[in-house]
Design a binder for this molecule. Sequence first.
Ligand code: SIN
Length: 498
Amino acid sequence: MSNWPKITKENPLGLDDPTLLVQNGVINGKKVNAEDGKTFNVEDPATGKVIGTCPEMTLSDTRRAIQVAHDTFKTFRTTTPAQRQQWLANFHRLVEDNLKDIARLIVWENGKSWTDAMAEATYAASFLSWFAGEALRSNGTTIPCSLPGTRNFTVKQPVGVCALLVPWNFPAAMIARKIGPVLATGCTAVIKVPSETPYTNLAIMELAQRAGVPDGVLNVVTCEANLQDIGKELTTNPLIKKVSFTGSTRVGKILAANASGTLKKMSLELGGNAPLIVFEDADLDTAVAGTIASKFRGSGQTCVCANRIYVHDAIYDKFASALADKVKQFKVGPGFDEGVTHGPLIHMRQADKVQEHVDDAVSKGAKILVGGKRGERTAYFPTVLADVSTECLLNGEETFGPLAALIRFKTEEEVIALANDSEVGLAGYFFSQDSDRIWRVAEALEVGMVGANTGAISQAVIPFGGIKESGYGKEGAHEGTEEYMVTKLITLGSRIKK
Ligand code: SIN
């Protein structure tokens, strides 16, 4: 069945609710243009055609948004958890009611296949439902006293105005994962949405407003050329108390350096370069399915994608041929086309990078089992390479594309050393049916998240985040709520008896 929306002049993206196409920034609940009226184009990566425009907001627009968020925080922080839970529950229901339009916007501007886009929209909704519950769980503690006549309590308070810098690879889910805890805890925010995928973010903001979230709580800045100035303002302005960023390690380090001047609280979800290990005792079908789930979700453009796939010598040939057989069945094309499993990549430079990694691996002896070539414009055919050497570029940097690079290994010790030989440590995966090995390897991998016998770990209820240069701070789970709160101690003395 074709998933193409019905397009008309009045409804150019074919949404069931055309008013969800918002082409403005948002300050204090009002849809705004840039102060100087400039705009930038938003393109469909499948065709390169312009699908709309957004305001090229400026430094002074951003400062205005920060001031509004600061002023609104004074009242929003005093709203009750029950009230915030209700707003989040309404918001969740509205996102669920509009899943198809959210998925359509994802396909239009990010290029995902329809199946991937619907899965992302559903994933986004799950964060709102989780954080609706979290609004009621900002509990403090009582602590037995070591000083006579006193009592100790802690209370949890919202950290303040948050700057949220969201990525293009999950335009619905990542904004939901960040604004969920903002609303649950009583913070306010200025959200810098990506220039590639602003419309999904803005549709979600529109639904937040319809859910009753007060004006000024969530403010949105859209920009392309002014990105560096705005990024700097959001990480240096003293009114901002917390920064949450999802993106590359390179940019994360710049933002962390900026934010250090005012010691802002930070959550950084950065690059992954995930290892995936298939041991000789793995169940082959599970390992192939798990590798596909991890490697090819979103055409390989996720931070948790397997990047280095280590396969034991004893099952290498069987695994490689089973994986290649499955990957041959993928269909590449525009995300709305019937049967398409993998859409185009976001940019030409993303497709160039995949080609560079393929060429480099082939020049060092790798064999192309499937794919290894570009499709229309930014598309790249899902690729499996065998006999990849540990000297290839992809060992040291994420491909962020649909390239499964199979590296041979012989011992557990050797493969753990290879897997951990990385500056980053977001996710890692392995497949084995030996229960002793499962514990041993899960504990040995230097990553923040491990998938053992699965390639799918992402859920709202898990503490998502990495170690090493993959950043710090968690998103989702109760840890994701804690990131938006500060703990205050209150020690209560009693009247001195005469
Ligand atoms: C990411 O790629 O940044 C997030 C992926 C996920 O939540 O699964």
